[in-house]
Design a protein. Structure first.
Length: 229
């Protein structure tokens, strides 16, 4: 793991390269002292691990004792191509394969491997997170979608076993309908919550804080620290 560094008594903060593709994928890892779980972020269309919204939510998760892994799902070369064609950001299958590979890496990594894993997806990243959760039912303990397109996960929805929280802005009417349809396919594992007065990106004052609060509570409730062997 490259770029390792300690963050005083507050835990572990590192920039790493996750070796799931040639050249690796850059990621920012924070693991608070006494962490009860770790959440892998899957950002949305055209975004990156530096997304201000995801970074803000990650900081609130850290305050709850949740580790966070924010990772770029595209290589630098792929990102340049996608900026022109916008083709890779909607390749849910490819993004899900990368998320599943990152989950495998996390499970084998000395610090992260001791912690139960959750997935936090936004926009198209939510669909990729759900496909990855369906592919890794023994490793993914909970999923949260923020303004997501879970409908794009297609037939994988019925295979998801992890407790899944769908959070949508109250003014994001089209996405509410798509999330209601996805919730029906997910079945009993899913819950849909609406944040009043919020649009798709939760840019209105206080709305992103509500997302972070509800998502953080979901993860701390459903991610259980495994007992030491």
């Amino acid at each position: 793991m490259s770029g390792a560094g300690r963050c005083g008594g507050m835990g572990d903060s590192r920039e790493v390269s996750v070796p799931v593709v040639d050249g690796g994928l850059p990621a920012d890892v924070i693991v608070p002292s006494g962490a009860v779980g770790v959440v892998l972020f899957a950002h949305g269309s055209g975004s990156s691990r530096h997304s201000p919204r995801n970074v803000a939510v990650a900081h609130q998760f850290n305050g709850r004792g949740l580790g966070t892994v924010l990772v770029d799902l595209l290589t630098a070369e792929e990102d340049e191509r996608d900026a022109v064609t916008a083709e890779l950001r909607f390749d849910i299958g490819m993004l899900a394969e990368r998320l599943a590979a990152i989950v495998d890496w996390m499970a084998a990594e000395p610090t992260l491997g001791r912690l139960p894993i959750g997935l936090f997806g936004a926009s198209t990243g939510a669909a990729a997170a759900l496909v990855a959760a369906a592919a890794r039912p023994e490793q993914v303990g909970a999923v949260v979608s923020r303004g997501g397109r879970p409908d794009l996960a297609g037939s994988s929805l019925s295979a998801v076993r992890a407790p899944t929280l769908l959070i949508v802005g109250g003014l994001d009417e089209e996405v509410i309908v798509l999330n209601e349809q996805a919730k029906a396919d997910l079945g009993d594992v899913a819950e849909l919550r609406i944040v009043p007065g919020a649009t798709h990106l939760f840019e209105e004052p206080g709305t992103l804080d509500q997302v972070a609060e509800q998502a953080g509570a979901w993860f701390t409730t459903h991610l259980r620290q495994p007992h030491p062997a």
